[in-house]
Design a protein around this ligand. Structure first.
Ligand SMILES: [Zn+2]
Length: 100
């Protein structure tokens, strides 16, 4: 790979709409976010504190939660909505406890 960009992916909860949060990968160096359905968040960003420098290929990157939501709606047209929520919930349960 000949990328000069070195992302710092951490697991982050992002409020995408009122009362709705998704947990996905957030690049602490650029502010980019990933779609949790397009990437395997447990591989790209297994931790909320220890960043990874994985560069996922052939996936979209997002700068705003609105863009992610808009994009994720395209998934729900292709797959069942249930699957979307199942995947997100599994990641949360297996992730670190995060009290705020
Ligand atoms: Zn996606």
């Amino acid at each position: 790979m000949s990328y000069s960009w070195e992302p710092k992916w951490i697991r982050k909860k992002i409020a995408v709409a009122e009362g709705i949060e998704i947990e996905t990968c957030y690049d602490a160096s650029t502010g980019l976010m990933l779609c949790p359905l397009c990437v395997n968040v447990s591989k790209v960003c297994p931790s909320t504190t220890e960043p990874t420098t994985v560069i996922p290929e052939n996936v979209p990157y997002f700068f705003s939660p609105e863009d992610i939501v808009y994009h994720m709606k395209t998934h729900t047209k292709a797959i069942e909505t249930r699957k979307l929520y199942t995947e997100v919930e599994i990641e949360e349960e297996e992730g670190e406890e995060e009290e705020e």
